[in-house]
Design a protein around this ligand. Structure first.
Ligand SMILES: Cc1cc2nc3c(=O)[nH]c(=O)nc-3n(C[C@H](O)[C@H](O)[C@H](O)COP(=O)(O)OP(=O)(O)OC[C@H]3O[C@@H](n4cnc5c(N)ncnc54)[C@H](O)[C@@H]3O)c2cc1C
Ligand code: SF4
Length: 343
């Protein structure tokens, strides 16, 4: 049995108190929300903070406020996000992404903020300590070499959050709070293409809110590829959001890929369909463009080249769903299929 290392535990009741403790404890402290990512990482000694600052008792982090846009507290569980009526009715990509994270148990504990700040993943890193010691560890923790690309100076671990690509496609911003003040950043700017230093969030900042603009004229969709439809992290996530003119022409389009680099990848594939109707040809062009932008590495589940090739099909599913095609059979097929054949 893997045991947790010893740690000091704080349970503040306000954001200000949490920010004060975080500033005082410095780099030896980490925030914990649902703990569904951090606690397994601690058991495997991938992350070993001396102090945990829990956000579970912090007031105000579970709000759902519908006004000029939609404000979602970072402490909402993913089950609460899925259950929020405005999310279900107006922000389909987020609803579909949150509903497909992990399992019901994990969605009952795991939070939106934790999902956005999720550690990057790699087959050489998400292993227990003995396994990692046997390969002399790796650059992300305790070692010097990257076993995925031995010449690489950068860790290539994969951004595996489902909700981030969806929220970026919807134009989301996040609020970050620390003792000296607060700032708002576009969610896309929260991420760096660096598997170790993957967030631009400063160590003393707490992500408190996600803000979604009004979805007027926008339609969105999220499609996820994973080995087991009931359980797994994404090996590909495709989020698409499109704003249509009254005559059905595409006015704005965003296509964001998850699990193909160390941060969610905002592609330029959407530009190819702006000013056009969403025809089969336009959809195929966008899919091929997104597929060539994707550069997955051989450090996660399923075959590398197949994962890149299948981007075209998944972009197609998302865009056809936005167009209004009935994609229920396709969704069911993908949810039930075990992708063992692609190994
Ligand atoms: C078996 C299994 C399957 C999983 N499958 C998926 C999946 O399919 N898709 C997916 O996206 N995730 C998956 N996860 C990961 C995880 O369950 C979710 O991402 C979850 O939403 C994480 O939220 P949490 O509140 O538990 O985060 P925690 O574990 O509490 O924290 C995760 C990280 O975020 C930081 N953090 C948390 N809240 C804040 C905040 N408000 N401000 C700043 N930093 C913060 C923590 O310090 C930590 O670094 C899976 C996990 C397991 C164990
Ligand atoms: S990409 Fe390289 S450095 Fe990063 S976790 Fe994997 S093996 Fe380690």
């Amino acid at each position: 049995m893997m045991r947790l290392p010893w740690f000091r535990y704080y349970a503040p009741e306000s954001v200000a108190e949490a920010a004060r403790i975080l500033a005082a404890e410095g780099s030896r402290a980490m925030l914990i929300a649902g703990g569904t990512d951090l606690l397994p990482n601690m058991k495997r000694r991938q992350q070993t903070p001396a102090t945990l600052i829990s956000l579970r008792q912090v007031e105000g982090l579970r709000k759902v406020a519908n006004g000029a846009g939609l404000v979602l507290g970072a402490g909402l569980t993913l089950a609460e996000v899925v259950g929020a009526q405005p999310v279900r009715e107006r922000y389909s990509a987020l609803w579909q992404a949150a509903a497909q994270v992990a399992t019901p148990h994990l969605r009952n504990m795991g939070t939106l903020g934790g999902n956005l700040c999720l550690d990057t993943r790699c087959l050489y890193y998400n292993q227990n300590e003995d396994w990692r010691r046997a390969i002399d560890f790796c650059m992300k923790r305790d070692g010097e070499t990257c076993w995925v690309a031995t010449g690489s100076k950068r860790c290539l671990a994969v951004s595996s959050t489902d909700t981030a690509p969806a929220l970026i496609s919807l134009g989301a911003k996040v609020k970050l709070v620390c003792v000296s003040g607060e700032r708002e950043v576009a969610l896309g700017d929260l991420y760096r293409n660096d598997g170790m230093d993957y967030l631009t969030r400063r160590p003393d900042e707490i992500l408190t809110e996600v803000f979604l603009p009004k979805p007027e004229g926008w339609k969105s969709s999220y499609w996820k590829l994973r080995r087991r439809g009931s359980f797994d992290f994404p090996v590909l996530g495709v989020a698409a959001a499109i704003r249509f003119a009254a005559d059905g022409t595409v006015e704005q389009a965003r296509i964001v890929l998850g699990a193909v680099s160390s941060r969610p990848l905002a592609t330029r594939a959407g530009d190819l369909i702006v000013g056009r109707k969403l025809t089969d040809d336009a959809i195929a062009e966008a899919g091929e463009s997104a597929s060539s932008a994707a550069k997955p590495m051989d450090n996660t589940d399923l075959d590398l080249y197949w994962r890149r090739d299948v981007v075209t099909a998944f972009v197609g599913y998302a865009l056809r769903e936005i167009r209004g095609d009935d994609m229920r059979a396709e969704r069911q097929r993908i949810a039930k299929q075990a992708f063992a054949a692609a190994m």
